[in-house]
Design a protein around this ligand. Sequence first.
Ligand code: GDP
Length: 651
Amino acid sequence: MRVIGTAGHVDHGKSTLVEALTGIHPDRLKEERQREMTIDLGFAWMTLPSEDADPGEEVGIVDVPGHRDFIENMLAGIGGIDAALFVIAADEGVMPQTREHLAILDLLQIQSGVVALTKIDMVYEKNLGGEDWLELVESEVRGVLQNTTLENAAIVRTSGKTGSGISQLKIALWECLSDLPPKPDLNRPRLPVDRVFSIAGFGTVLTGTLNDGQLKSGDEVVILPVGIKSRIRGLQTHKQQEATAVPGGRTAVNISGVSIDQIERGDVLAHPNTYLPSRRLDLHIRLLPDAGASIKHNSEVKFFIGASEVIARIRLLGIEEIKPGEDGWVQIELRKPVVAVRGDRFIIRRPSPGQTLGGGVVVDPQPSGRHKRFADDNLRRLEALSGGTPEEVLLQTIQTMGVLKTSDLVDKTSMDGDQVYELLPSLFESGTVIRLPAVKPAQEVRTARLSKDTLLVSKSLWQQLSSDTLRSVGSFHRKYPLKRGISREQIKSQQRAFSRYPARLFTDMMDKLAADGELVESGPFAHLPDHRIRFTESQERDIQRLIMQFSADPNSPPSVKECQAAVGEDVFAALLELAELVLVSPEVVYRRQDYQKLVSEVRAFLDKNGTITVAQARDRFQTSRKYVLALLEHLDAIGVTIREGDIRRLK
Ligand code: GDP
């Protein structure tokens, strides 16, 4: 679906031309009819010619007021248009709002349009000089179109009164629309509301030019920025009931349970959780050569985006002022939130006296905070975001955020989700972005499926966090050489940086470090791969002495207390960690080989005899009741034996 917007000086014949093209008089207010002046937006539609016998495409027309007092109404309707019908009365030629409207079309980067040189009957009626006059006006028009998006627009001579040139005008409009690429369907519709009214028996109706996705009857919707929830009861395009409204079309949405005073022009209707309104935007602004004055830091302007109008304070970035004809980076603070995405165009005007100053493009709709005014890295970021290839935009956004979910990346960059998913693998492959959870060794980083929850981490943040983590494990090893490793909780409590990021980041990072072999995890402890417990010479001597005591009578070894006294608590704990010693009760400990021998002998005895008692075991191992009781209870606990009264069997 397509929408054409009119533009041009007041009284130059826009509404008359729309009526001649469509048969619909677009002015809707009684006051307008009485004053013969378009004050607010008017709407009409027509079917364009087609190459074959089929009926041609239907296009909507937004007719805008030309009077300078109503320029701001014009801006509410011009935002979503595909092509301009730029109307200039042949008897008057280029007038002030001819220029102002052209400047606005150019700032909004409306790439397509047709100039209707209308009222040509008046040239003859007023005896202005016929063909010579018309050629003069045409060359004047060519002059003002130079260096604007409409530079190459066709000029068609028409008269809304006599109907002359109307069919040529239709063909010219059709030609310029058929050159345009299709309207993107990004699966997240947004409808900037340009009219709200109620119809008896139906309730509230909102209209606007639908962008970026489809709306369906029955859809749950939300009105932003306030966040009022509602449901679509019905949809109309060009007064026709439709089940689905497609991107690019003029759309009327009948919603339930919301009264008209809850909604105003400029609000945006969208699906829930698809757009986040913002009060702060990073922009690139261009000032018109005839803006009259430069923009200073902290100046206030009226900001027009979509169908909305908000007072904004401008913070200049990297410059002291923007002079007429110049451009620059700014961050604006808005009096109330707007829905904006990267790449949206906007206009700024001086509040009073009203004058169009310039406009530009949204570079970051959700900046991370208030920028320092003269920060080079921020200016570089803005440059990459505005001029970069899609890959550069993705990379820049990930680098700025450090870490974010794939779904948030799609939102922040305002890029097509499919495109984001397509481009990410090359960033993984080049190592500039790390994906978490880590892909399994058997999977290819390129082809492993991405989900909306996949975490994306910039290389620099990854390096910082992972090397800090490995370093803290290393320093733990130096501080506690007799400990095998450190628990995840302990590591995390030492790494404050993680508190700024999603909790998953730490767990996923530890998993990846382990998968990559940078850390070894055994049980609850992690250690560096080359870490070994090493004893000092004097500790080794103590250990040897202790081992000799074990050898003296392996089945009646020294108690835990005696061991700790002999080598120290730390060394004893290390011997347990190394599994040189095996603890079977709080008091009883064996050497590993002695323990293994005892266990296999108990098993052998049970294989042969079926059951064993404490007394039998005591006799078998020639030791005291204290040891065998501890050993057998330990075997019960680890599931080797099962106790039945005084006897035990194999489990
Ligand atoms: P708009 O303000 O640009 O929408 O202008 P309108 O369409 O309201 O036209 C302004 C006046 O010019 C009206 O009185 C129209 O009747 C008249 N008008 C518009 N087009 C023509 C035309 O082609 N020929 C003549 N003679 N008068 C026209």
